[in-house]
Every structure is written in structure tokens, then in C-alpha cells.
Design a binder for this molecule. Structure first.
Ligand SMILES: Cc1ncc(COP(=O)(O)O)c(C=O)c1O
Length: 440
């Protein structure tokens, strides 16, 4: 039996909508074969059979505009990535215990996008593993265990990382060594977001110390996705980063969401804040769908860990995944993907913001590059969240062929995160469908 999942506004709940016989059969088979932990998106689940560029096609051939997918950030089935994977898988698929040029090309390419202080790359298969590895390194480096996160953070699913991923819900316990701080939401709590965030991190450090816990790391998604997407004002991280370092911990920038050019102005989200992290974790868009993730780190941060512990992760850094990631980096540079994210992102932000004049329920609208958030509220002055309206908008857009989702503590923030090849025409279509979804 499918467990009812009301934790997200964007989930299939059995019995709410009519499914055709084939869909109903697939849902029943998933329940039987996959068990109760899996969830489907949207009130009416989708069954895709093909993707191309910004489009996904369902079993009947109907196209859907994908305004949500940050994994295939160069678009579905990008020809360069497909070719790189195909060639490599037909030639050789081995692991990091053999010499191979591609992993070196990837490391060189990635490290050339960050400050030279970050001098090593290590690879994993997922963002969760990258954050898990970052924490292991942080513990060895600092001798501490304490972790500071924002209150609606998500960093992954391993046992260790789930203990600092509060969005997994109240049934997943936070570790006793974990402290949460309010998300730095300038638009909600007013100016001085930098000072406030620093003070909150300092208070978390003090509380840890009082409980005999030595700080190991402050880790944040540098665009604060699950906290509601918080790009403003660039630069607000600096004081908090200084505070964790003064307390003996390190700063980890989780770039799984904002990385690889999404914010438009920079390749990495932390660069908007003018800080150099001790570790940068990478994931989702890195292989445009191929499971490759990892981290970049300073030499002195990984030195003790690397000298004391062997690191081998069977699939991580295999030649095929590396070929995909090298292709992704080349396309980002060759096709000026970051510039597209900046220009089309600004156009998208303007057009979504312009809808506020027509729709009272559209609260604050904000964004950086092709990452735009829009609060759905029942009252603009108090900014009271309207979760039900958010669900209606997300599902109505899905019915009209456009995919988005929602995020934030109250699940009332539209999460607009298209592939980075999105065009102005795509924006026009998106905004038209959004406008109609809000109206109904
Ligand atoms: C900020 C952030 N960090 C880490 C992860 C975990 O990545 P993965 O699902 O590849 O394990 C996610 C996934 O959504 C994420 O959004």
C-alpha cells in the first residue's frame, strides 16, 4: 500500500486523482516491488519516455516544459555528453586505481574555476556521498564533531548526512552534535542579514561548546535552496565563515544546487559571497545525468585524512563518469552557458516579478541566474504562507504542460530551476502558463 505523503505540496497521494489502467498498474507494481520509501511527484504522476533539451515527453508523446530539472542542466540528452559517454563506455570503463587521462583533465578543468587555494579534487557518486566525505575530512582535520546547518537544510541521505538534513522530516533525527541556525532570509527578517547570520552561527558555536562538542564544520548550500532560495544580499556569508574558522571548524560550501553556472554571475554560488571555502562539494549537474559528484579542497584540509585513510569508491571517478563531466565543463565554456543563465535568468526574474502587479498572492520574488523563487502568500504584508494555493499552482502548471516544484519550510515557495539552456521563448511560455495557473 502506498503510504500517504503530505510532507510535500508536490506529491502523489493515492485516491486523489483518476489514473488510467496502465498508470494504476505501474503504481501498484512500484508499491509491491519497491516498497514504501519511494514517492511520486505531482498529484497526477508523470510517466516520461523521452527527453530532449528543455522538453520531456510522456508515454502519449505529450511534451512538458522542464522548468525544474537541475541535473540535466545542459538539457536532456545533450548530444556532446551522450557522445562522450557512448565513446568512453565502448572503449574502457575502469576505476581510479589505474592511470587514466580523463580524471586528470576533469580535475584540472574544475580546479581552474576556483581559487588556487583549492588544489585537490576527490570524486563520489552522489552529493550525499560528497557531503559525507567532507564531514569525515572535517572531523579528522579539526578533531571536532559539531555541525552547523540552516534550519531547513538538505545535504543528503547517508546515515551521517541525514543527521544534518532537517528537511527529511521529524522522523529523521538530527544528531546531538548538530545545531541549526535560522536561514539568512533578508526579505523576511530585514537588513543586516550578514550580522544576524554571523551572530546566529556564533550562538550555535557557543551552545555546542557548552555541551562539550567541538565544532567541525559549518555547511551551507550557498543559494539556500531548501530554505527557500536566498540569493540576497551577496556577501552575507563572510562573517559566519570567519566565526566557524575562529572556533577551529571549517567552512563547507555545498554547491550541489547553485554550482556549474546556475547563478549566472559566477560558476559557483560561494563566489557570489566572496569567500573561499575550505571544502566545496559538488553534485547533480556535474555529469548532466551521469552519477558523478565530488569535492574540491585545500591541501592542508585533506592532508591528514589522506595520509591516514585510503580512499577508494568503486564507481566514483570511473572513466565513463569522468568523460561525461569533462564534456559538461567543455559545453559550459564553449556555449557560454553561464552567460545564458545570467541573461535569460534576469529576463525570467523580471517577468515573474511583473506578475505581482496582477496577482496579490505572489509575495516576494527573487533569484540569481536561472534560479528563481516566488513566495505564495495569503497576505502580502504579513507574508503568511499559502501552502494550499502553492500546491494548486504547481499541479495546475503540470496539467498545462510545465513542470516546477515548491520548497521552503512551509512548502509555499515556487522553485523555478530550468536547465541552463533555457531561452527567452521558453520563459515567455513558462510565464504565460504560470499566469494562468495563478488565475484559476
Ligand atoms: C544542497 C544539496 N546537497 C546535497 C544533496 C544530495 O545529493 P544527492 O541526491 O546526489 O545525494 C542535494 C540533493 O538534492 C542537495 O540539494
Amino acid at each position: 500500500m502506498t503510504i500517504q505523503d503530505n510532507s510535500s505540496v508536490n506529491a502523489f497521494i493515492p485516491g486523489q486523482v483518476q489514473l488510467d489502467a496502465h498508470e494504476a498498474n505501474m503504481v501498484a507494481m512500484r508499491d509491491r516491488l519497491l516498497g514504501p520509501a519511494y514517492r511520486l511527484m505531482y498529484q497526477k504522476p508523470l510517466h516520461f519516455v523521452r527527453g530532449e533539451g528543455v522538453w520531456l515527453y510522456d508515454a502519449s508523446g505529450r511534451p512538458f516544459l522542464d522548468t525544474y530539472n537541475n541535473v540535466v542542466s545542459l538539457g536532456h540528452c545533450h548530444p556532446d555528453v551522450v557522445e562522450a559517454i557512448t565513446k568512453q563506455v565502448a572503449t574502457l570503463c575502469t576505476n581510479t586505481r589505474y592511470l587514466h587521462e580523463t580524471i586528470l583533465e576533469l580535475a584540472d578543468g574544475l580546479l581552474s574555476t576556483v581559487s588556487s587555494e583549492l588544489s585537490h579534487m576527490m570524486l563520489t557518486c552522489s552529493g550525499s556521498e560528497a557531503n559525507d566525505l567532507a564531514y569525515r575530512i572535517a572531523k579528522v582535520r579539526t578533531g571536532g564533531t559539531g555541525v552547523i546547518i540552516t534550519e531547513t537544510a538538505y545535504h543528503g541521505i547517508t546515515d551521517t548526512v541525514s543527521q544534518f538534513s532537517p528537511t527529511l522530516g521529524p522522523a529523521v533525527n538530527l544528531g546531538a552534535h548538530v545545531r541549526t541556525v535560522p536561514a539568512p532570509a533578508a526579505y523576511r527578517s530585514g537588513p543586516n542579514v550578514a550580522e544576524r547570520f554571523q551572530r546566529d552561527v556564533e550562538a550555535a558555536i557557543a551552545d555546542m561548546m557548552r555541551h562539550g562538542i567541538r565544532p567541525a564544520m559549518l555547511i551551507v548550500d550557498s543559494i539556500f535552496t531548501s530554505d527557500g532560495i536566498l540569493p540576497e544580499e551577496p556577501g552575507f556569508l563572510k562573517g559566519a565563515v570567519d566565526a566557524i574558522r575562529e572556533a577551529g571548524g571549517i567552512f563547507v560550501a555545498d554547491e550541489v544546487q547553485p554550482g556549474f553556472g546556475r547563478t549566472g554571475s559566477h560558476m559557483w554560488g560561494f563566489q557570489r559571497h566572496n569567500v573561499i571555502p575550505d571544502i566545496v562539494t559538488l553534485g547533480k549537474p556535474m555529469g548532466n545525468g551521469q552519477p558523478i559528484a565530488g569535492l574540491l579542497a585545500r591541501h592542508d584540509i585533506v592532508e591528514k585524512f589522506g595520509n591516514s585513510a585510503r580512499y577508494f569508491n568503486t564507481f566514483a571517478g570511473n572513466t565513463v563518469s569522468c568523460a561525461a563531466a569533462v564534456a559538461v565543463l567543455k559545453v559550459i565554456q564553449r556555449d557560454q552557458i553561464q552567460d545564458n543563465a545570467r541573461d535569460v535568468g534576469a529576463y525570467l526574474l523580471d517577468k515573474v516579478d511583473a506578475l505581482r502587479a496582477r496577482h496579490e498572492c505572489l509575495g516576494h520574488v527573487r533569484g540569481a541566474g536561472l534560479f528563481v523563487a516566488a513566495d505564495i502568500v495569503s497576505d502580502r504584508v504579513t507574508q503568511a504562507s499559502d501552502r494550499a494555493r502553492t500546491a494548486q499552482i504547481v499541479n495546475s502548471m503540470r496539467e498545462n504542460g510545465v513542470l516546477i516544484s515548491a520548497c521552503g519550510m512551509d512548502h509555499n515557495i515556487l522553485k523555478i530551476r530550468p536547465p541552463l539552456i533555457f531561452s527567452r521563448d521558453n520563459v515567455d511560455l513558462f510565464v504565460d502558463v504560470l499566469d494562468r495557473a495563478i488565475e484559476c
